[in-house]
Design a protein around this ligand. Structure first.
Ligand code: HPA
Length: 248
């Protein structure tokens, strides 16, 4: 019924509105049994079914994080719901702090590797079904790179930190030494669950700030949302073009 789905991270909800405006069908998360509702500002908690040119695409405007106290099962519930709806391709987006010196605020990074510092594997056999080298789809990344975007599109390694506080400058230096390009607090649990469910996954970070200690700018959720707001329309346009290229 639905070929593709997108999980929209902090402040990146414009794609949701772009699907709603031409007649997309909206269901609030709290109308879906068992689907946990986001508590963080910038995560609307709306499930949007695309219509017309966006038919076959489901958008999840907002996610819950492990740091909000959700179990891994709850934090990945949406992905299992998508599996039952037939979703094959999942795009997982987030706001992230840039560590790679070549990255600027407003750039995008396609994930080609990740680090996690907490347990993000299901206690069942699920984690063993996911070869760790195959998490981020090469095909999907290749398609994403072939679509024009006025934002700079990089590739790199994402570190999921536990949050909810931003990292300390010392932690950011450690991540840099480990070869991490961008840091955030999400994405990996949903992506692992999706691959375990047989989906192909594209992870995309929007660099909303330089990671803590790498710039004099204040780092807080408002700054992150403000930076995301400046690029979210172009980000949404690119995202729909990637999906349509994938469907053609
Ligand atoms: N660190 C962690 N999560 C984030 C950041 C960051 O610098 N920016 C946006 N989300």
């Amino acid at each position: 019924m639905f070929e593709s789905a997108v999980i929209l991270g902090s402040g990146l909800g414009a794609a949701g509105q772009m699907a709603v405006d031409p007649g997309g069908i909206v269901i609030a998360y709290d109308e879906v049994p068992h689907l946990p509702c986001p508590a963080v500002r910038g995560h609307a908690g709306r499930l949007i079914m695309g219509t017309g040119e966006l038919a076959g695409i489901l958008l999840l405007q907002g996610r819950v994080h492990l740091y909000e106290g959700h179990s891994l099962d709850r934090a990945t519930f949406a992905v299992r719901m998508l599996q039952h709806l037939g979703v094959q391709n999942l795009m997982v987006t987030n706001a992230a702090g840039g560590i790679n010196e070549a990255f600027r605020v407003g750039d995008l990074m396609l994930l080609n590797g990740h680090w996690t510092f907490q347990n993000v594997h299901q206690p069942s056999s699920v984690s063993r079904k996911v070869p760790s080298t195959k998490l981020w789809s090469d095909r999907f990344r290749h398609v994403a790179r072939s679509v024009d975007c006025s934002l700079s599109v990089h590739e790199g390694v994402y570190a999921m930190m536990p949050g909810p506080n931003y990292e300390t400058p010392a932690e950011v230096q450690m991540l840099k030494t480990l070869g991490v390009d961008a840091v955030g607090m999400s994405t990996v649990p949903e992506s692992l669950a999706a691959v375990a469910a047989g989906m192909e996954v594209l992870g995309v970070s929007c660099i909303t700030n330089l990671a803590c200690g790498l710039s004099d700018q204040p780092l807080n959720h408002s700054e992150v949302s403000r930076a995301a707001a400046q690029v979210e329309t172009e980000f949404a346009r690119w995202l729909f073009n990637v999906l349509s290229r994938l469907h053609s």
